[in-house]
Design a protein around this ligand. Structure first.
Ligand SMILES: *Cc1c(COP(=O)(O)O)cnc(C)c1O
Length: 359
């Protein structure tokens, strides 16, 4: 069995079958049915959020956020993320402008953001890379001074807290992905969350063709979450604490097994309650990264290059040079991490890394 960068958590089939039976009884399979409303309510309470709007996927969540804020012109974003974060900008007819990352936290560097602001800038779209927060204070200060919006892509940051406050409460709108590869998932899915009730209503309208009942309020799209997807989420939520506990165990074991080696791994600041979503290892050169990956692949172990290529180098994007992101992108590998990863598997991976680095 190949060992991949992640393994999708699947709840007991009987538990999901029970939900499916109730959906059949309700005869209500999508369009704001009881399970999607229950999942919205549960997430709002559990994560300490003001407003939650479920949607079809994380990319749709970003698009809804850009539309709801009526953004135009340029949006400053990070070169170090998954393609969806820049694609959402382009798809919504805005121009992405890259600001390079801070090598310390892999997130967009506020100083570089400030340097590329123009009169055409309408927003910053920043990503909490690997689930660790961007420089929230500095970005908030920039947005306030320049009267621009902030959207956070929190696809990696489900459940993360900063000083006991949900990381998802920062910025004008935060977008999440509930894709099967993420910590919490609904197979496909996502959500947008924001503090402002008027903005939340706008997001809701945009998600469902621009109307509630027979009253139309403008141009919308179909970005809804079905009952089948919502039910899967409700089914998984009770296991989430256990999933994070097991990931934390594996994460700690990796840290211990790699200590003393000339590689960089994440350090979790004291004021952060982390979700253990990823275990990236930053090697000293691209050549070393490729050598380690080759050896791991030979043993049926498949880490992923999160993130490669840097988004400024995507073929459909004409991005400016971002030397920090380009360098890190060439040297980093996300190691397997899941609720099922055993100590023995962590040890095997780390011994391969150790051996390749020594040679
Ligand atoms: C996964 C991911 C997305 C896209 O989410 P989907 O639900 O797959 O559309 C967006 N941004 C980041 C950083 C991601 O990792």
């Amino acid at each position: 069995m190949p060992l991949n960068v992640t393994k999708t958590f699947l709840p007991p089939l009987e538990a999901y079958a029970d939900y499916v039976r109730r959906i059949w009884e309700n005869g209500w399979i999508t369009n704001g049915g009881p399970f999607s409303v229950e999942l919205e309510d549960t997430l709002r309470t559990r994560l300490g959020l003001s407003n939650v709007v479920l949607c079809a996927n994380g990319t749709m969540a970003l698009q809804l956020a850009i539309k709801a804020l009526n953004l135009k012109g340029e949006i400053i974003t990070t070169p170090f993320s998954y393609a969806a974060s820049v694609n959402a900008i382009v798809w919504e007819g805005c121009a992405p402008v890259f600001a390079d990352i801070d090598p310390g936290d892999f997130c967009i560097d506020p100083q570089r953001v400030e340097a590329v602001i123009t009169p055409r800038t309408s927003a910053i779209l920043a990503v909490h890379v690997y689930g660790l927060p961007c420089n929230l204070t500095a970005l908030d200060d920039i947005a306030r001074r320049h009267r621009i919006k902030i959207i956070y892509d929190a696809a990696h940051a489900f459940g993360v807290q900063v000083n006991n406050r949900s990381l998802l409460t920062y910025g004008d709108i935060t977008a999440c992905s509930f894709h099967a590869t993420k910590l919490f998932h609904t197979a496909e899915g996502g959500m947008v969350t924001c503090a402002d009730a008027g903005l939340a209503r706008q997001l809701l309208l945009l998600r469902q063709f621009g109307h509630i009942g027979e009253d139309y309020y403008g141009l919308g799209i179909n970005g809804k979450c079905s009952e089948l997807h919502a039910a899967l989420g409700l089914c998984i939520l009770p296991y989430l604490e256990e999933i994070c506990r097991k990931r934390k165990q594996a994460f700690g074991h990796y840290q211990q097994m790699l200590s003393g080696l000339p590689v960089n791994v994440l350090t979790i600041p004291e004021h952060i309650s982390y979700n253990y979503a990823y275990f990236p290892v930053l090697f000293s050169s691209e050549e070393e990264q490729q050598r380690v990956r080759q050896r791991l692949n030979e043993r049926d172990i498949f880490p992923r290059r999160y993130f490669y290529p840097p988004l400024n180098r995507l073929p459909h994007i004409n991005g400016s040079a971002c030397p920090v992101a380009e360098d890190i992108s060439s040297r980093i590998l996300a190691m397997p991490l899941s609720h099922e990863l055993s100590d023995a598997q962590v040890e095997e991976i780390c011994s391969i890394i150790r051996k390749e680095i020594a040679s």
